[in-house]
Write a protein that binds this ligand. Sequence first.
Ligand SMILES: *Cc1c(COP(=O)(O)O)cnc(C)c1O
Length: 352
Amino acid sequence: MLPEAVMQKAEQEFLNWNNTGMSVMEMSHRSKEYMSVAHQAEADLREVMQIPDNYKVLFLHGGASMQFSGIPLNLTQPDDVVDYFNTGVWSTKAIKEASRYVNVNVVAGGEEMNPTEIPDISTWNFNPDAKYIHLCSNETITGLAFQEAHLEHIFAQGKTVIVDMSSDILSRPIDVSRYGIIYAGAQKNIGPAGLAIMVVREDLLGQARDITPSLLNWKTYVDNESMFNTPATYSWYLAGLVFDWLKTTGGVGNIAKINQRKAQKLYDYIDQSSFYSNTILPDQRSWMNVTFFLKSNTLDAKFLEESTKAGLLSLKGHKAFGGMRASIYNAMPEEGVDALIDFLTAFANQNK
Ligand SMILES: *Cc1c(COP(=O)(O)O)cnc(C)c1O
């Protein structure tokens, strides 16, 4: 979902942005009008995430997945070793790409395809020579999330920590300064597809391998204000409207409270029900992606048909995990979760 207020603003401005007689879609990315849109978006993101001055913000192509290659290419040489957590489908993909370029040590996980818990800290196996540590803070497909105690233990290694925050960026306040790199595809919790965002500490720039394509070299983006070639201008603009919306509705601190309430309500309902179940270790459950299974998967098709009719859309779980998934990103209002719980209750009663 996108916030309704953002969609309305985009609609109002669609044909004629700020009395220019142009749509943002029609502007040259080098025009002063578009540059003002782009700069404002970055300034607002910096404000809502409280990004320190020694970090650059990049607006990238190719989604989060492109950076699965970009990270090793920008930060390592072929003989280096890097630490990766394997906690689900997205971390597995990141490992697969990184393995083309560098030696990957899996710190923990990887035994099963869709783990439902983060392996216990006592089993973690860091490589003392690793150039960085990579993790996916919120595995979108299962709804499994790293917890504060996990992160503290990771930060305590004193290494550059790189996090794929595609599905939980801006969902709660974080201390950017503890990370080397935060990156995310825009389409989950920011704006429309076509854009990825990276927050990168300055000292990590300028070390890319010679073979790194210009469009994967972060320095190229920094040197050209993310406009080495034409960026995804409209996605960038809409992302900017979302950052502004966050700013004017109480910031990430406020949305975090709402997110926690939304998720807690839904998990509480699922846990007390004998009809639905969630398989993720309770204190590692995602605030953003709430997965659940029905009593019998023979009811899945009926559930999806009836929920769609009730206006509750996109509940089908990822095919790699099955079941259902309610992705309750920032833009999903609390009433949306209430409506889902009402529907879940009625469906369970009718199909006991
Ligand atoms: C969706 C997702 C990705 C992939 O994003 P793209 O922008 O499509 O490449 C990567 N990581 C996580 C955690 C995701 O949820």
